[in-house]
Design a protein around this ligand. Structure first.
Ligand SMILES: Cc1cc2nc3c(=O)[nH]c(=O)nc-3n(C[C@H](O)[C@H](O)[C@H](O)COP(=O)(O)OP(=O)(O)OC[C@H]3O[C@@H](n4cnc5c(N)ncnc54)[C@H](O)[C@@H]3O)c2cc1C
Length: 362
């Protein structure tokens, strides 16, 4: 099956779907209201972590491994740097927690990993507090993506495959004419389809600290029970420390992207606690973005209930970036009818928490 597809939204999800469809011979128009990789979109962040650990959820571990190969292929083919192979460390406080479940998943799936005793993990960073840790799950093949650049590169790759990029805002009231329309609108998806998609938009502040050169290429980290995550010095940005605590509701169009003093204090306190060498480091940068959270942190990939040729794709829930290219193939399979979407990506109420990102709530 092929024909004309319109993909609305040139974030990592939409750009990936557009690329996958174009690779299969579809004529694709990719429509973006701002510009691809704009900082109001979740995909417009400077960096995003790529990890395989997803607790018990093997489906996402497999997707992230497949996507990693595709990101590496894109970097190799284009000669543009989008990937930092720095590894990723999970600070495990609870012996039965997310990290232990992820370790079992890695064993089931044959994903490279190490389980480090707290003292052995000290060597990963210029300084690391370990007295509250049970161990550290280390992913040597995890790392950091240059998210904004990677999104823009995906769009360039789309254009080289003949995808037409169009700058405008599309609405379901004046829908595009096509054989298939994929609405991959990030934080805008819920407001566009209020009867079908329930998303909570939750603000997140990200900080960069001025560490010394010892922080160059140190591993990304997730402290699930903190909840904080970040990475070492990359591309001159500084050491990233991000509190993954619930922020207030946001309107992605009108939000002033200035960091909150309260979140900054939390980031400084965490930096001093976990990485004592950063106790006096200055804040050298900050970003404000938003999560588009589903109730259970599973994504949304579903047909519109009344328009079988429309697909609703989103609910990245704070962990979607890394999966982009592999998610694009999955959605393209669904559009072509060669597979059905997973039941856990369906529309409708979501209960429980699949625990797919670092914070348990909001
Ligand atoms: C602070 C922060 C940290 C994160 N950390 C990580 C991480 O470490 N690892 C990870 O894997 N993920 C992470 N994520 C999540 C990840 O960034 C998102 O899941 C992913 O980028 C979502 O991509 P998207 O394409 O669905 O949405 P977006 O990137 O928001 O893109 C949607 C696009 O659609 C456009 N659009 C919307 N409506 C319309 C319309 N009507 N017409 C035309 N265009 C439209 C928008 O302008 C936008 O460009 C993080 C997110 C945030 C906010």
């Amino acid at each position: 099956m092929s024909g004309h597809a319109v993909v609305v939204g040139a974030g990592v999800f939409g750009a990936s779907v557009a690329r996958s469809l174009a690779q299969r011979g579809w004529h694709v128009t990719l429509v973006e209201q701002h510009v691809p990789g704009n900082v109001r979109s979740a995909s417009g962040g400077d960096t995003r972590l790529l990890r395989a650990a997803h607790g018990d959820a093997d489906w996402y571990a497999v997707l992230s491994r497949r996507a990693r190969e595709q990101w590496l292929e894109l970097q190799e083919r284009t000669g543009r740097r989008i990937w930092e192979q720095v590894g990723l460390a999970w600070f495990a406080r609870d012996p039965e927690g997310f990290e232990s479940r992820s370790r079992l998943s890695f064993e089931r799936l044959g994903i490279p990993h190490e389980w480090l005793a707290p003292d052995a993990a000290r060597d990963l960073y210029p300084s690391l507090r370990v007295d509250d840790l049970n161990g550290v799950l280390y992913e040597p093949e995890g790392g950091v993506l240059h998210a904004r650049v990677a999104t823009q590169l995906l769009v360039e790759d789309c254009e080289s495959l003949g995808v037409r990029l169009e700058a405008r805002r599309v609405t379901p009231a004046e829908p595009p004419e096509a054989d298939a329309v994929v609405w991959a609108c990030g934080a805008w998806l819920g407001p566009l389809f209020p009867d079908e998609v329930e998303l909570t938009l939750s603000r997140r502040d990200v900080f960069f600290f001025g560490g010394d050169s010892g922080w160059r290429r140190t591993p990304g980290f997730c402290d699930y029970d903190g909840p904080f995550y970040g990475h070492g010095e990359i591309a001159g940005l500084g050491v990233k420390i991000a509190p993954d605590v619930p922020g207030g509701p946001v309107d992605p169009d009108t939000l002033d992207r200035l960091p909150s003093a309260e979140r900054e204090a939390e980031a400084r306190a965490y930096a001093a606690y976990r990485f004592p060498a950063l106790a006096d480091a200055p804040v050298v940068g900050a970003r404000v973005c938003q999560y588009a959270l589903t109730g259970d942190t599973h994504f949304v990939v579903a047909r519109h209930p009344e328009r079988q040729d429309w697909w609703l794709v989103g609910g990245g829930s704070g962990h979607g970036f890394k999966h982009g290219p592999a998610l694009g193939d999955y959605v393209a399979d669904c559009v072509e009818g060669t597979r059905e979407p997973e039941p856990f990506h369906a529309l409708g109420p979501r209960t429980g928490d699949a625990g797919l990102r670092t914070a348990a709530v909001g």
